[in-house]
Design a binder for this molecule. Structure first.
Ligand code: ADP
Ligand code: MG
Length: 216
């Protein structure tokens, strides 16, 4: 048993015959690594995360998560069986659920759910928002809640797709600080994709540059 969380070999994917969206990607992420993929819009960052999450099927290559092959060009283990958390830029909270209920969404059957949710509310400094609904809180607060919800099932691997790009610059700096702290306290491996170098440098210890579907 290796301590690699993610192992990608020779991954290729295209949406159409004429253009490869992902070209021969190789990547290894260890159990406590924090890695970012830094590249311009359209270079294939979200596609790569979708492949890892199991929302797209590769044309070639394979993906292993926790030593189990989850994707190749024949087989695809469904996203919900991959034990991965994914945080995206778009507002992804359930509008009809309170902050607390959103955080508990993935752990409804866990008898410790109240405890887990209050720890996360505390860590992400959103205690006072517990009973509010998404439309009653700011964008930055919504991203904190989305992150808490992804962390609640304690995934050993968390992926973040430009989670802060819709937020104000000054808000980002405090969020980076708080969230980096949360990451250090938890033992999840992190894969962040972003076009923002500053964000990549603050949030992760290794940065990989991506252009036109390839790692540079
Ligand atoms: P990024 O996240 O780095 O901005 P994407 O992975 O979203 O890039 O897109 C990579 C390329 O694939 C782009 O050229 C984009 O237009 C194309 N693409 C993304 N999603 C689809 C799709 N569902 N169908 C066809 N082409 C797509
Ligand atoms: Mg994207």
């Amino acid at each position: 048993m290796s301590n690699l969380i993610l192992e990608i070999k020779n991954l290729c994917h295209s949406y159409s015959e004429h253009a490869l969206s992902i070209e021969n990607i190789n990547l290894e992420i260890g159990s406590r690594d924090r890695v970012s993929i830094l590249g311009p819009s359209g270079c294939g960052k979200s596609t790569l995360l979708r492949l890892i999450a199991g929302l797209e099927k590769p044309d070639q290559g394979e993906i292993k998560i926790n030593d189990i092959k989850v994707s190749d060009n024949k087989n695809l283990i469904p996203p919900e069986k991959r034990n991965i958390g994914l945080v995206v830029q778009e507002k992804a909270l359930f509008p009809h659920l309170s902050v607390f209920e959103n955080i508990c969404f993935g752990i409804k059957k866990n008898k410790d759910k109240d405890l887990i949710a209050s720890e996360l509310l505390n860590l992400l400094k959103i205690d006072s928002l517990k009973n509010k609904y998404p439309h009653e809180i700011s964008g930055g607060e919504q991203q904190r809640v989305a992150l808490a919800r992804s962390l609640a099932p304690k995934p050993n691997f968390l992926m973040l797709d430009e989670p802060f790009s819709a937020l104000d610059e000054d808000l980002k700096e405090t969020l980076y600080k708080d969230i980096s702290q949360v990451f250090s306290d938890m033992s999840s491996a992190i894969l962040l994709v972003t076009h923002d170098r500053n964000e990549a440098e603050i949030m992760t210890n290794k940065q990989i540059r991506m252009e036109e579907g390839k790692f540079i």
